[in-house]
Design a binder for this molecule. Sequence first.
Ligand code: HEC
Length: 137
Amino acid sequence: MWNKSTVLLTKLAVLSLVSLLISISGCSRKEEAEPEAQRPRAELAPLPDSLLILAGKQLFHSPALGTANKSCASCHIEGEDLKGAADSYPKFSDLAAKEVTLIEMNNICIEGALKGKPLDPESDAARALAAYIRSLK
Ligand code: HEC
């Protein structure tokens, strides 16, 4: 059921969200060129975050991250058990036998539970997934 084109579609969806994010921040930078000093920068910050969270939520529900025909949501139903979990990172993981970041913890579940390839920690997908988990309160 989850073939290469599904994986590709999911990646495309994430990429288009991320490129939208980049184009939005690009535009706002131009608009800000003149009165930059007076304008509070924080005003624009929530938008890119919310796009990352949206992409991360999609990944969280997608079996395309692995080969076990499961998604994160198969075990972490609606992320309920992960509420507030992000705040405790970095922390020691018994599974990894070392201190891990949230992104590394997500990768542990991707490799172990989903039988998938760990995400590059610098990638938009890894950042989006972590942003979604951080948004669970
Ligand atoms: C097969 C079930 C299963 C799937 C699928 C799964 N997990 Fe987990 N996950 C677990 C279990 C069990 C733990 C607890 C492990 C531990 O803390 O020893 C856990 C722990 C975690 C934690 C740490 C929670 C904390 O309190 O620190 C995070 C974050 C996490 N998972 C994210 C994910 C993400 C993201 C995905 C999808 C990429 C995912 N998990 C998929 C079973 C699963």
